[in-house]
Ligand binder design. Sequence first.
Ligand code: PBG
Length: 326
Amino acid sequence: MLRRPRRNRQSAAIRQLVQETTLNVQDFIFPLFLTAGSNKKEEIKSMPNIFRFSADLLLEEIAACRDLGLLNFALFPHFQEELKDSIGSLSYQPDNMYLQAIRQIKQHFPEVSIITDVALDPYSSDGHDGIVQDGQILNDETLEVLGKMALAQAQAGATIVAPSDMMDGRVQHIRTVLDEQGFTNVAIMAYTAKYASAFYGPFRDALDSAPRHGDKKTYQMNPANVKEALIEADLDFFEGADFLMVKPALSYLDVIKTLADNYALPIAAYNVSGEYAMVKAAAQKGWLDNDKTMYEILLSIRRAGAKVILSYFAKEFAEGRKMGKF
Ligand code: PBG
């Protein structure tokens, strides 16, 4: 035998030497949930160890994460039902809780970047990402709201706006609005290939944002398709996106790979709530080893070609890294 691949696996030192993919704390974006009030830290039932924070405690959480080397946060708001309406108008009122919190964060931690979510669902009484009329999701009418929302977020201090709504033409519309108002430096992370997935369940629990009627299949992608992701990626690229995202991550590693092979933009992957919940549930039962499973999953997302990982595991990974675990 001239070829014995085991030679390169014989010790930890050699294994590390030939390791092709690595994980770095700075590759992560940590999603955080914001809720109204003060001194609130509510655990999300289907996401152990993930919380909805009021703004004051959110600042403390961000300080703790920053000390671990995490500098990028995707922030999602949880609004009370009474504040929602059919066009999500709360989303661009400059004094809303979300925009206020962004201002506070940027004041306290100018070095961190805040990635904001651009979509109607946290503000919509219909729980959809776009405006609903007679059971249809209106595309072009929704763009107007998305533009206003993205602008309000940029004005509040967002570093990156991340449209997760899957309306056609939204990247171009948002880019145009931002540029017209002088926010040429605010980047766009497009949810390029966002699939109509069952893995978003726990997130919708976190935000009480499940669609009241129907599903999201007329705008989010069909899990069966990958070529279609190239159409979405082409559009986002030429409409001015700075990052292309695939979401969820694990059932879509081939999509991550396809985009990474075909586009020079940094590819982000969203390791979503349901993917987190599965590991946590199995680990709580003693059926899976939490740390090893987490590490393997995160590694697989990077190996597939993601430069950036949005993950609820980000803080846990950063803590483990600090303790020399990973
Ligand atoms: C909605 C949005 C969703 C997620 C991020 N933004 C849910 C959805 O599309 O219904 C899901 C994130 C997760 O599951 O972790 N605009």
